[in-house]
Design a binder for this molecule. Structure first.
Ligand SMILES: NC(=O)C1=CN([C@@H]2O[C@H](COP(=O)(O)OP(=O)(O)OC[C@H]3O[C@@H](n4cnc5c(N)ncnc54)[C@H](O)[C@@H]3O)[C@@H](O)[C@H]2O)C=CC1
Ligand SMILES: O=C(O)C(=O)COP(=O)(O)O
Length: 387
């Protein structure tokens, strides 16, 4: 029986995929954690924990490196909530242009005006006029799952769309509409865009990327949309730019103590992925990936270990070894099996950054003695008998 713990509410349609070999528990030995935005940085990482699945895209709430060091594979669900976010970004483009939020707030103030309301509406509406997005330039930073869908949708609405992504994948490039052009430098996005939408992960290299220097390169009155993470924006720089009008609107899905008070901010309470469709898609993907890893050792969509797939074990036993990506590991692992006179029918060894994963299908039962010997190799952080 595998024990699963959830740290956020996870969509039921996904959880129901867990077979009768799984139970959702509160404590005890946990095999895998499934979560959304729960901040896991200080969460205890027990010996028995094998996997953490983020039902969503961003993994900055998970201690990914610390997990790798303990042989805990961290998964996410790429693209599963991208449409939900894209649709809210389109709403953000329109809200930042047409002052929809301010206008609705004003309309509410007319509630006691009775028969006068239609007249007051016509008299007051010019205060809320705003430009159309058609024909304006949208610069997208990060052409991944969300960036590409947003680029294509905005292009469909008549915007001129330019995108920047120095690591653009072939998969995403193939999905990009031909009407969207890519630029080679981020400075081109800053200098040419009427609207800028940021769709990059929060990592050291992207933290504070929208700051005094980048804002100085932008058009006067630019509108900035952030549906990625609060920390991508330097709050002091944004506050100043909104005060001066250099940035005319800031739409954020990640309000914080500073941005919530800024002039011309449109603050949304992290609703990008909060659609039934996105929640179900993410949960289904996360649960399937966890079951595949726990039952077969196969890794799909990990952010700290290499993806690896050997199907279902056809031999007597499968052993999975999580280890450092350093020389001489495979030969040490296979020597131990040879010393025990065990034939390897099939094996795979893959690496990703500092970490690697080796799976071996062997023709004899695995023994405690072999596992202990493998665990003692310097650089091995976890050994599991899959079957
Ligand atoms: N508001 C919400 O509810 C949600 C927010 N997000 C946020 O959006 C981010 C993006 O999500 P996805 O598009 O699904 O991820 P993704 O991984 O498909 O795309 C991210 C893209 O950013 C690019 N990138 C990385 N560093 C870059 C840089 N310095 N400059 C330009 N491009 C760079 C990557 O090459 C990749 O193509 C997530 O990391 C998360 O923080 C994701 C889902 C929901
Ligand atoms: O997938 C992401 O990165 C998100 O930001 C969505 O977060 P959530 O699952 O809605 O708490």
């Amino acid at each position: 029986m595998f024990n699963i713990k959830t740290l956020n509410k996870i969509d039921q349609e996904g959880l129901e995929l867990f077979s009768e070999d799984y139970q959702i528990v509160e404590d005890g030995d946990i095999d895998a954690i499934v979560l959304r935005s729960f901040k896991m940085q200080d969460y205890p990482l027990d010996e028995k924990l094998h996997a953490v699945a983020r039902a969503g895209a961003g993994t900055n709430n998970v201690p990914v490196d610390k997990c790798a060091e303990k042989g805990i594979v961290v998964f996410n669900t790429p693209g599963a909530n991208a449409n939900g976010v894209k649709e809210l970004v389109v709403a953000g483009l329109l809200m930042s242009s047409r002052n929809i939020v301010g206008a609705i707030e004003w309309a509410k103030t007319l509630v006691d005006e009775g028969e006068e309301i239609p007249k007051l509406v016509e008299a007051g509406k010019s205060n809320f006029a705003g430009p159309e997005i058609k024909g304006k330039t949208l610069g997208i930073i990060g052409l991944g799952a969300i960036g590409v869908l947003t680029a294509n949708a905005a292009s469909g609405l008549g915007m001129k769309v330019i995108g920047y992504d120095p690591f653009l994948s072939v998969k995403h490039a193939l999905k990009l509409s031909r009407s969207v052009s890519t630029v080679k430098t981020i400075e081109e996005i800053y200098s040419k865009s009427d609207y800028i939408s940021v769709h990059v992960p929060l990592v050291d290299a992207t933290k504070g990327m929208i700051n005094d220097d980048s804002i100085a390169l932008m058009e006067n009155g630019v509108k900035i949309l952030n549906f990625s993470r609060a920390e991508l924006i330097d709050d002091d720089a944004m506050a100043k730019a909104l005060e001066s009008g250099k940035v005319s609107n800031y739409v954020t899905d990640f309000p914080n103590a500073s941005s919530i008070k800024m002039k011309n901010v449109i603050a949304i309470p992290h609703l990008g992925a909060s659609t039934p469709e996105s929640e179900t898609n993410c949960a289904i993907m996360a649960v399937n990936q966890v079951m595949e890893y726990l039952e077969n050792g196969n890794i799909i969509n990990s952010v700290n270990y290499p993806d690896c797939d050997m199907g279902v074990c056809p031999t007597a036993s499968r052993i999975a070894v999580n280890h450092k990506n350093i020389p001489n590991m495979v030969s040490q692992i296979t020597s131990i099996l040879a010393d025990h006179n065990i034939n390897i029918a099939d094996m795979i060894n893959k690496s990703r950054g500092d970490w690697a994963y080796t799976m071996l299908d062997i023709e004899n039962e695995s023994t405690k003695e072999i596992i202990t010997a493998l665990e003692q190799i310097d650089g091995v952080v976890k050994v599991r008998i899959i079957v």
